[in-house]
Design a protein around this ligand. Structure first.
Ligand code: SF4
Length: 207
């Protein structure tokens, strides 16, 4: 019998090849999505909607949605706002999301959990494993291996998934044009405009 595993999913594209690998390796994956690091909230929602497409593709996998609380995340990484990507803020960010996934797994009575964060070529898997080791049941699966990142790109394209142009938080957003694997449906420009507006508003609030 396949062992259940709760998979923290950061977005749809990263979930594609990661879930495929888990299924190939005889796991029974269920997905969890919270990611209060993602800013603004509409971007969090958009990544969630694309994850739902992936869950459906693999036979309607169960997806547990956690509440979005960006303020709580901001407090958690407070003092690290100016850290470069890949630095101390990101370690805290991994900790925030992995703790949330661990707690969800405990609540659901699922012994094992892991994260799709390791599929990204921009993220250091060893650092993610270091953080994950703090939590019982964490499985240090390096989804980058076995050509995982390239496969995720191919699968995301096949599925017509939205692919974000930045990691997730406001500190990683530098005005990138958000790309979309779907045909022009208007969403790209709407998202871009909304992010710009949200940044402007944030700047005004902090002024
Ligand atoms: S850059 Fe990415 S990993 Fe780092 S804190 Fe921001 S959202 Fe989290």
């Amino acid at each position: 019998m396949c062992e259940k595993i709760l998979v923290h999913c950061c977005c749809g594209p990263c979930a594609t090849s990661s879930i495929k690998r888990l299924l190939d390796e005889q796991w029974d994956p269920m997905l969890v999505y919270g990611n209060s690091n993602i800013w603004p909230e509409e971007e969090n929602e958009r990544r969630y909607q694309n994850l739902l497409k992936v869950a459906q593709y693999f036979g309607d996998l169960k997806v547990y949605r956690q509440p979005y609380d960006h303020e709580k995340w901001r407090q958690f990484v407070s003092g690290l706002e100016k850290e470069p990507e890949g630095g101390a803020r990101c370690l805290k960010c991994f900790q925030f999301n992995l703790r949330a996934a661990h707690d969800e797994a405990v609540k659901l009575g699922i012994k094992y959990f892991t994260t799709t964060l390791t599929v990204s070529k921009y993220k250091n898997s060893a650092k993610i494993f270091q953080v994950g080791a703090q939590f019982d049941g964490f499985q240090d699966i390096d989804f980058k291996k076995k050509n995982g990142f390239a496969k995720s790109c191919e699968m995301a394209k096949e599925m017509g998934l939205y692919r974000q142009g930045y990691c997730g938080c406001e500190f990683s957003y530098h005005g990138e044009v958000v790309t979309d694997n779907q045909n022009a449906d208007g969403q790209t420009s709407i998202t871009q405009t909304s992010i710009t507006q949200a940044r402007k508003q944030e700047g005004e609030e902090n002024a």
